[in-house]
Design a protein around this ligand. Sequence first.
Ligand code: SF4
Length: 282
Amino acid sequence: MNASQDSAVGERTAPRGRAGAARSVGAGRPESRVAMVRRARKINRVLADVFSYAHPELDFENPYQLLVATVLSAQTTDLRVNQTTPRLFAAYPTPEDLAAADPAVVEEIIRPTGFFRAKTKSLIGLSAALRDEFGGEVPGRLEDLVRLPGVGRKTAHVVLGNAFGKPGITVDTHFQRLVRRWRWTEESEPEKIEAAVAEIFPKKEWTMLSHRVIFHGRRICHSRKPACGACPVAHLCPSYGEGETDPEKARKLLKYELGGQPGQRLKPPADYPGKPAPAAGP
Ligand code: SF4
């Protein structure tokens, strides 16, 4: 973590901490809808400041690569995908190439990402569909994307938001957990969460909001041990105290650039303040 991030995270945590959290949310009367929306938007503003460099954590250079990488990211880390895709894209630079691939070779390349047989089937199938139905291009419409093998709404929104500039909310496991902790909605199904969150934020915020929430979930508000004592939105969070509240111990739980570790992308954007991820080993 660099000095400005350190103070960005520390500043918001230290003076407010638990007392601030109790004063603002989670205690006393039930929160009105208006108050919740105001609080949710404040959380987004704080995260926009702390994670001004938030971005998709998959390496890609075009919509085809992003689509393939997103399909591969199911049930594994973006880091593992980023360490796998350079070889895959070198062997199959276009959908036409991948559509004509020998499945056994693709399986061998993507094996480290897990579920490699099913993923190979999806990749070859979706590449054939791109070749046969879309002239070798990734379509820029949700209804077309979700018809491709292995592509659900989450994948489609990642592609639309990051390769086509069309706002979308990505409800992944981090997003689901944080939405619950922040009490933005009682819904538990991804599609209903997406609709509920869409009511809270203007459309133009959706893609970056998704990145910020996922960054926060990966770095600070972990599933098992959230770092509440080092959390920049502690004063806005009804779940403050679910994790470590001691600032010193909490800081040790921070991950990636906030914890002084490499990030997930081998080729991060220029404004990323952390170190790039290492390439896959020999
Ligand atoms: S780290 Fe703790 S205080 Fe911060 S958002 Fe998560 S549960 Fe809330």
